[in-house]
Design a protein around this ligand. Structure first.
Ligand SMILES: Nc1ncnc2c1ncn2[C@@H]1O[C@H](COP(=O)(O)OP(=O)(O)OP(=O)(O)O)[C@@H](O)[C@H]1O
Length: 358
């Protein structure tokens, strides 16, 4: 339903979004993820109609909204927007804030719609309060209801949960996802919080320096990063040196010969680095490689350990926290990595794609 094709955006002649393309299907919930300044908000503003584009097109349901020299106004786009600071009208109560976008409808239709939305976002009973009389989470729900009131085709959300504490943030983002899924509304969320993007989205676009590095499902972004930049940015993990083995799909490393779920295009003996996620490393009761606990970070049900291997290389392991290892303790480990991603060592730090034969 939304197609963003080869768009470029500039500020004062300098390109900050370059050749970005993706599409959003009906009912799809997506996120734009990336470090500060990578261009997420600029892309969202280009879709909303606040930011001109200097190349490419933005098309919604087949209608071109933006191209070079053309920008349909935000009000004519059938796109709702929720901002980081909620942008509620301080002089209007909750009911009137939500009703704001419905001015073209009859009074009766407005009343009915606002009541439905109050129920949907679970704010019945506070409709007469003013924004300053609401908690952050309640204000965010009002902002959501107001953006949903005109039944937009697409909802855009710019860091909508970032002013909330961690617990509320998590709960509200899942609630909002449920509401959007219930209504079948497509949405794009801008966030720099990857766990939020993982939990919220069907698809995620990872941006770096104004370029889209990968548009994929959260699972693939984590397990099948398309280049080194994505692998570095997403999740925890370590890169272990190895060489392509003689057997198909294998890489020989100091943790043994690892077998992945793909055929590598490099010839045997090519030096590579393999990406090992913390959940790829398991404790081994029989045999295995000795590793020394160097650091540990407790996170409730699991502990993230940094382990030093005999050669001095490091890997990370996420282990159930009921077994509590101490710093400098030596443990035996093995790998269980189905998605064995390798990068050519010559491509390190260049962000170059890994060769794949299939
Ligand atoms: N009005 C402006 N004038 C000039 N440069 C701008 C303007 N707005 C943003 N930029 C620059 O454009 C680039 C992209 O900014 P953008 O706000 O899209 O990034 P972002 O990924 O949303 O960042 P953040 O996560 O920090 O909000 C940045 O380098 C930023 O400094």
């Amino acid at each position: 339903m939304l197609q963003v094709k080869n768009i470029q955006c500039q500020y004062e002649g300098i390109s900050v979004v370059d050749d970005v393309s993706f599409h959003v299907n009906d009912g799809d919930i997506c996120s734009l993820l990336g470090p500060s300044g990578c261009g997420k908000t600029t892309i969202l503003r280009a879709i909303a109609g606040f930011q001109p584009i200097t190349m490419g097109t933005v098309t919604l349901r087949g209608n071109c909204l933006s191209e070079l020299g053309k920008m349909i106004t935000p009000e004519q786009r059938s796109i709702g927007m929720v901002f980081q600071d909620y942008a509620l009208f301080p002089h209007l109560n909750v009911f009137d804030n939500i009703r704001f976008g419905l001015s073209k409808q009859s009074n009766h239709a407005q009343q009915r719609k606002v009541k439905q939305l109050l129920e949907l976002v679970r704010l019945e009973g506070v409709e007469n309060r003013y924004p300053h009389e609401l908690s952050g989470g309640q204000q965010q729900r009002v902002a959501l209801a107001r953006a949903l009131a005109p039944s937009p085709d697409l909802l855009l959300m710019d860091e909508p949960f970032s002013n909330l504490d961690a617990e509320l943030r998590k709960r509200l983002s899942l609630e909002v996802r449920d509401i959007l899924k219930e209504l079948g509304i497509s949405a794009i969320l801008v966030t720099h919080d990857q766990l939020e993007a993982f939990a919220f989205s069907d698809h995620i676009g990872l941006l770096y320096n104004g370029k889209l590095q990968q548009w994929d499902t959260p699972f693939n972004l984590y397990h099948e990063p398309s280049n080194r930049l994505v692998a570095d940015f997403i999740g925890e993990g370590s890169f272990l040196p190895g060489v392509i083995g003689t057997e198909l799909n294998t890489v020989t490393t100091e943790l043994g010969t690892l077998m992945g779920n793909r055929a590598y295009a490099w010839p045997p003996g090519t030096p590579v680095e393999v990406l090992l996620r913390p959940d790829d490393i398991v404790l081994s009761d029989f045999g295995g490689i000795s590793a020394t606990i160097e650091k540990k970070v407790f996170s409730g049900s699991a502990t993230l350990y940094t382990l030093r291997l005999p050669t001095g290389s490091h890997v990370e392991a996420l282990l159930p926290s009921h077994r509590d290892f101490v710093i400098n303790e030596v443990v035996k480990i093995n790998t269980e990595a189905d998605h064995l991603i390798a990068f050519g060592r010559e491509a390190l730090h260049s962000g170059e794609h890994k060769p794949r034969s299939s």
